[in-house]
Every structure is written in C-alpha cells, then in structure tokens.
Design a binder for this molecule. Structure first.
Ligand code: 6GU
Length: 246
C-alpha cells in the first residue's frame, strides 16, 4: 500500500506517520509514505502557491497549477490513475467501512488543502473522493490525512503484530469492544471480574459478548441498528433494556 500526500507541510505528515506502528510498517516495507511538497511545484521563485479569491472575500485560495503539477509528479510514475482523496469538511464522513474499502487500493493520493480552500478547477480534474473526518473545522487537511492513513494502514495484512487483533475490536460488527483487564487482579480495592480468572473460555466469551452489547447500548445505541445479533444477543439486549442503566 503506497500513500502519496500532496501537502504544504510534508514534515508534519512524515513525523505523524513515521513513528509507532505505522513507522514500523514503513520500515518493514508493508506500506510506503511519499509526502510531496506542493510548494516545490510553485513555478515562481518566491514559492507562492496561493492568491486572492476572485470575487473577493476573506483569506487566500490555493492556486490550481502547483496542485496539478504535484499530482502529475505522482501519477506519471504509476501508469494508472489512482484514487485521489481531498480532505475537506464538505466530504463524506470517514468511517471504518470506508477504511476497509480504501485498504484494497495499491496507491492512494491525499490532497491536503489550506487557507480558505483550493481552486475548484483542479479539484474537478483530479479528485475522486471528498472525505471529512467529522463535523468540526480544522486548519488544514494534514491531520485528517494522517487519521485516514493510520486507520487504513492497520488493515493492511501484517501491519498489526497480531493477525486477529484487527478483527475483534471497536466497530467490528458494529459493536463496541468489551472491557480489558491486566494484572494486578486487584487495584486500589477494585477487582478484575471473577469470570476472567476462571479459565472457562466459553463463559469468558459469553461474558465478553454481553459486555459488548451493554457497552454499545449505553454509549452508542445508534450502532445497534446495524449490528448482526443472534438470538442469544437479543435475549441479553432485552434483559439490558429492562434493567435500564446496567
Ligand atoms: Cl478533512 N479538513 C478540514 N480542514 N477540517 C475538517 C476535516 C477535513 N474533517 C473535519 N474537519
């Protein structure tokens, strides 16, 4: 999986992705990161990449030519047209299903806007996907690009040390993850649930499933409508609902 990021702040992307699990995935050749500085394609000796908006108004707009040339510098080496994600609060809100879909690509190009936006013409020409990471406004597309790259990278086979850990996690099957505990068995008077120390794995699994249901009901009831529930899950949920707050 090759990530290409068109940005005015390539060091921000390299710092953000070059550490921890994604950093190790780069070192191991499982993913690659190519942060392209749009300013290198400004075409003038001042490195200017923005200008005043036609029609007036506040702020500056990123000019189309530097963005287009930076894009061309990436695709000329690929031999096909990859998906190009423009990070914008006007986009479709990113979620785990989108991460799964994007993780099937070989190359992904991210375009990070700044200032008041990017000239619409170059967006029309190169962008395939408009994506937001939530309903709030950030100063630029770099943090959203890093969020997406992180979420997509961990779905690339081999990136997580444990193959199964990407399967049983928050949002798998639209249920939140059950609570986790480690040693000590008692911390400041609070004990680990006894069932987890029992060694009875079917019972532990059943307890965890119920905890996932409780958690999802309490914290993200909206997810339950999309969850695949079996008969035993429905019985647990009925019990949880009857008890009200668990
Ligand atoms: Cl993708 N960009 C910006 N600038 N702000 C955002 C966003 C993206 N997603 C949420 N807020």
């Amino acid at each position: 999986m090759n990530f290409h990021v068109l940005t005015l702040f390539p060091e921000m992307i390299e710092q953000g992705i070059g550490n921890s699990i994604t950093g190790r995935a780069i070192d191991r050749g499982l993913i690659s990161l190519n942060a392209v500085n749009i300013r290198d394609f400004s075409g003038n000796r001042y490195g200017q990449v923005d200008d005043y908006p036609y029609g007036g108004g506040a702020g500056m707009v990123m000019q189309p030519a530097p963005v287009y040339r930076s894009y061309e510098s990436v695709v000329k080496n690929l031999g096909y047209s990859p998906r190009v994600v423009y990070l914008t609060p006007q986009g479709k809100v990113f979620n785990q299903s989108m991460a799964e879909e994007f993780s099937k690509e070989t190359d992904l190009v991210f375009l990070c806007g700044h200032y008041e936006g990017v000239d619409e013409r170059v967006l029309d020409m190169i962008v395939t996907d408009h994506v937001s990471i939530g309903d709030y406004v950030l100063t630029g597309g770099e943090l959203p690009a890093m969020v997406m790259i992180d979420a997509i990278s961990r779905l690339v086979p081999g990136v997580l040390n444990n193959d199964s850990s990407a399967e049983f996690e928050s949002f798998h099957e639209n249920l939140l993850e059950y609570p986790q505990y480690t040693r000590p068995a008692e911390f400041m008077g609070k004990k680990v649930p006894k069932i987890l120390l029992s060694g009875n794995h079917p019972k532990v699994d059943a307890w965890r499933r119920e905890q996932s249901l409780i958690r999802t009901f309490e914290r993200r009831p909206d997810l339950l409508e999309h969850a695949e529930l079996n008969e035993s899950d429905r019985q647990s949920l009925d019990k949880i609902k009857k008890q009200g707050k668990v």
